[in-house]
Design a protein around this ligand. Structure first.
Ligand code: AHR
Length: 867
């Protein structure tokens, strides 16, 4: 299976071409290559190479460059690479097997044609008891198969085992073997004074040359990636302002995607519960569990955020008679003397606004028949009541009670008290408090200010529920959409992969409704039948998908989602949607399957099943596949190979990179083959050291987005990630919008997304930009994009300047019949580490040929209303 990614090999190929011929006269025809790993030097390890002409003097390539890393298991404790063993078959393909750690019952395998680009990995489970140390592989010509042996330690005994394979996919059952079956082909060589074990092969010099050039190219690439604006005073010393002549080519205009800018919503950083989901009570269903935080926090349990105030009462958690089996825990108060209160502290306090209405609700029952009134009080820190209401007539069965009240004062950190006014037992569950003013006034709605800040981007689509949340930490933690629709008390809460709790109060219904509210296409992402490649529970990373015996049901679950979203209200799942309050279909058009998954056979098998079923039953749905978490590498190559083979309509690419990467890769999509799958750039962001969002990150994103618009015929959608982060509860930086209980704090990067989102086009107009300074470093820091919005008839000019000097642009718009037109100018500018810059807006007049000065470090946008 030949797999060459021309896009990525191009720089290396260019070096080959410029060197004239592949092997120079003074180079040997062959040499020796030593493959090894230095384990203690780097905790994860990886495949290293050294070369020698005489098998005596060894020269490390890199010297620390890892040509192959292990993808097995969870970050931190796994992904280990020990004792590699290489073999080359007669077709020239290299096979590498290695040990994954002393507790692992599998060895690992990957193949490569050139030793620097590696195909997908597999981890055949060959032991029931015992491990796979020092694996070796040989090829038996008589048997026409590979023989793999290893040493296994179990019960303090070392034994040799073997298996055979013809394709490194199917293996014969493991057998005991003899010591004589071992090749013992590893040897020790001395590399720069250190004795290291590994394997030696005789290869052509070209093979070694390829490794050296790959390493050189990566080093060059990493130098470009590492460029920061801190170096600008040196890099652009003596640079004077630059002149730019800009000419448009309306006759070369092309149609581009009108969905380019959207948002990626993931419940990370308390984005949902405690964030955009307007519920003010924390742990309302008493379902927080030690497992949410991997048993590392003993306070994270059903009692979290709750306390009992007052005397002569107890507060316990019971599970004997739940409202619903998905919602097992509830509180039981045993009151000996009326007055004790069950108190919820909210998410670090309950913020309320004086004069505004709040809706309280609770499920209650009286296990011992005692009854009476329950007082509900909102109190400030000093215990003063700032709102009060009550419920009555509690019966022996669970019943939902609702009461409203108006807050008397504005308080940021109130708490809510539930105070039975009688003696006896009372069971309580789903204790909830919502502001009446949610976004668009929906019941079970969203926090208005946060939702509005998202709406203000004018996103054309919303991807949800993640990210890693979508595929989950282990099979049990996958985000299953059916658990998140229907009555709140019947939804299934679960652990959030980011180590907290998801109530599922913000579920698929609420996500779709939000999309509808803001006029954005819903883009749900369902797991591809595999969990996160870094899963820490239920196995080792992704290395086990939904069992094939259960895949038909899972595929049906995905098809049911489409029926739920789009089906008539008389269909089975359409009815569930209608009963929730939305008889009209949601008009789902896009469906993501998988999230930056490790591309393995296990993934491919399951993904293909889901894709084929959706394609067959719902050809109208655009399925979005996944090509890993990076812009290159095995998952990217293998993911693209699957996409091309299946002719997928679209794939989801992700990359978080330093600003230098965005500056130096503006041609990333110019090279894409237009006949293949379209791209959804589902997660991207520029990351600087310290991981904050500042002018440097924002402008490098703005610059890169000019290239996304230019390539809007192949890039169909793009979304910055992550979106929301609550101060004090942030697992990931930078994010687009920070917030606390009362404030919303958009970042500089937010304004870039907003400027693009509010000024999108459906037609791209190529332009020629001639700069007075021809230095590559200067040219790469000026980005221009012209788009036309044929709905609004706006011509939109985006001008990005990452230079520390002004750019004096002379813009020629002839061909558009512009004569003294009113235009809106928006400018975002600041010093590189400015984290608070906001766009400034003003009206200007433009003529057919006009001058505009781009400030140093700025993003300017001119929107011209055409007549
Ligand atoms: O955006 C944060 C995380 O980054 C997402 O959950 C995941 O898809 C990616 O690795």
């Amino acid at each position: 299976m030949m797999k060459i990614n021309i896009r990525l090999l191009l720089p290396a190929l260019i070096i080959f071409i410029f060197s004239g011929k592949t092997v120079k006269a003074d180079e040997p025809d062959f040499a020796y290559i030593f493959s090894y790993t230095v384990e203690p030097a780097w905790e994860r390890g990886g495949l290293q190479f050294a070369w020698s002409i005489d098998r005596d003097n060894w020269h490390p390539v890199g010297p620390d460059f890892r040509f192959l890393l292990s993808d097995f298991g969870t970050w931190g404790s796994q992904k280990k690479f020990y004792t590699p063993f290489l073999i080359q078959n007669k077709e020239g393909l290299w096979h590498c097997i290695w040990n994954l750690g002393k507790d692992i019952k599998s060895f690992a395998h990957a193949a490569s044609e050139d030793l620097y680009t590696w195909q997908r990995q597999s981890y055949p489970r060959v032991m029931e008891n015992g491990n796979c140390l020092l694996p070796e592989v040989s090829f038996s010509s008589e048997q026409n198969k590979y023989i793999i042996t290893w040493i296994s330690e179990a019960d303090n005994e070392k034994q040799v085992f073997k298996t055979t394979t013809t394709d490194f996919k199917n293996y014969t059952p493991t057998e005991k073997a003899a010591n004589d079956d071992r090749l013992n082909a590893r040897c020790t060589v001395n590399i720069e004074g250190t004795a290291i074990d590994g394997t030696v092969h005789r290869v052509s010099w070209e093979t070694i040359d390829g490794l050296i050039k790959w390493n050189d190219w990566m080093a060059h690439h990493n130098t470009e990636r590492a460029e920061t604006m801190d170096e600008d005073p040196r890099r652009f010393k003596n640079l004077e302002s630059v002149d730019a002549e800009i000419t448009l080519y309306p006759e070369k205009a092309k149609t581009i995607s009108d969905l380019l800018v959207g948002i990626f919503f993931e419940d990370i950083n308390y984005a949902a519960d405690g964030g955009i989901y307007a519920e003010l009570v924390q742990n309302r269903g008493f379902e927080y569990a030690l497992s949410d935080r991997k048993y590392r926090d003993s306070t994270w349990n059903s009692y979290k955020a709750w306390s009992l105030k007052g005397k002569n009462a107890t507060f316990t958690i019971d599970t004997a008679f739940p409202i619903h089996y998905n919602n097992k825990h509830y509180a039981v108060l045993d009151i000996n003397q009326a007055g004790a209160a069950l108190v919820n502290e909210g998410f670090s306090g309950i913020p309320v606004k004086g004069g505004e209405k709040y809706i309280f609700s609770v499920f209650a029952r009286s296990p011992d028949g005692s009854s009476g009134k329950i007082l509900i009080r909102l109190v400030d820190k000093g215990g003063k009541a700032i709102g009060e209401t009550e419920i009555r007539k509690i019966g022996e069965d669970w019943k939902k009670f609702k009461a409203e009240f108006t807050a008397l004062e504005t308080v940021e950190d109130a708490s809510i008290e539930v105070i039975p006014q009688f003696r006896g037992k009372i069971a309580l569950d789903m204790i909830s408090l919502f502001p009446e003013k949610t976004f668009r006034g929906h019941e079970n709605g969203l926090r208005a200010d946060l939702a509005q800040s998202i709406a203000d981007i004018h996103p054309k689509f919303v991807r949800f529920p993640g990210g890693c949340v979508a595929h989950g930490d282990g099979l049990e933690n996958m985000y299953r959409w059916k658990n998140t629709v229907g009555p709140l008390e019947a939804r299934k809460p679960q652990r959030n992969i980011w180590n907290y709790h998801q109530s599922a109060g913000l579920g698929y219904y609420e996500y779709f409704r939000f999309c509808e509210d803001i006029g954005a296409e819903p883009v749900p992402v369902v797991p591809a039948g595999v969990p996160c490649q870094n899963s820490s529970t239920g196995g080792h990373g992704q290395q086990g998908g939904i069992p094939m015996s259960m895949m038909d049901d899972y595929v049906q679950e995905v098809l049911d989602l489409i029926e739920w979203a789009n089906g008539d209200k008389n269909t089975k799942w359409g009815r569930v949607r209608a009963e929730a309050g939305h008889p009209e279909p949601f008009r789902l058009k896009y469906l993501g399957v998988g999230n930056e998954d490790l591309i393995t056979d296990i993934f491919e098998e399951r993904f293909t099943m889901i894709y084929n079923a959706v394609k067959e039953k719902h050809p109208e749905i655009t399925v979005i596949g996944t090509v890993g978490p990076f812009y290159m590498g095995t998952d990217y190559d293998e993911g693209w190979e699957i996409a091309t083979r299946l002719a997928l309509p679209m794939v989801d690419e992700h990359y978080y990179q330093p600003p230098g990467w965005f500056i130096h890769n503006q041609d990333f999509y110019d090279r894409y083959d237009r006949s293949k799958s379209k791209v959804y750039l589902g997660e991207y962001a520029a990351h600087v050291r310290g991981r904050h969002n500042n002018i440097e990150t924002a402008l490098s994103e703005a610059l890169y987005m000019t290239s996304l618009e230019r390539n809007g015929d192949v890039v169909a959608m793009a979304s910055y990630a992550p979106l929301l982060a609550k101060e004090g509860y942030t697992q990931w930086n930078p994010d687009l919008i920070y917030f606390n209980n009362t404030e919303v704090k958009p970042t500089v990067g937010y304004y870039v997304q907003q400027m693009y989102g509010q000024n999108s086009g459906d037609e791209y107009i190529p332009s020629l930009v001639s700069l007075s300074n021809n230095r590559g470093s200067v040219k790469k820091r000026v980005g221009i994009s012209f788009v036309k919005n044929n709905n609004t008839n706006d011509l939109i000019v985006k001008l990005v300047n990452l230079l520390p000097v002004e750019v004096n642009a002379a813009i020629d718009l002839s061909g558009y019949g512009i004569a003294g037109q009113n235009a809106r100018l928006t400018v975002l500018t600041g010093s590189p580490d400015d984290r608070n810059a906001k766009p400034q807006r003003k009206n200007i007049e433009v003529v057919e040929n006009f001058d505009y000065q781009l400030p140093a470090y700025s993003f300017s946008l001119i929107s011209i209303k055409m007549e």
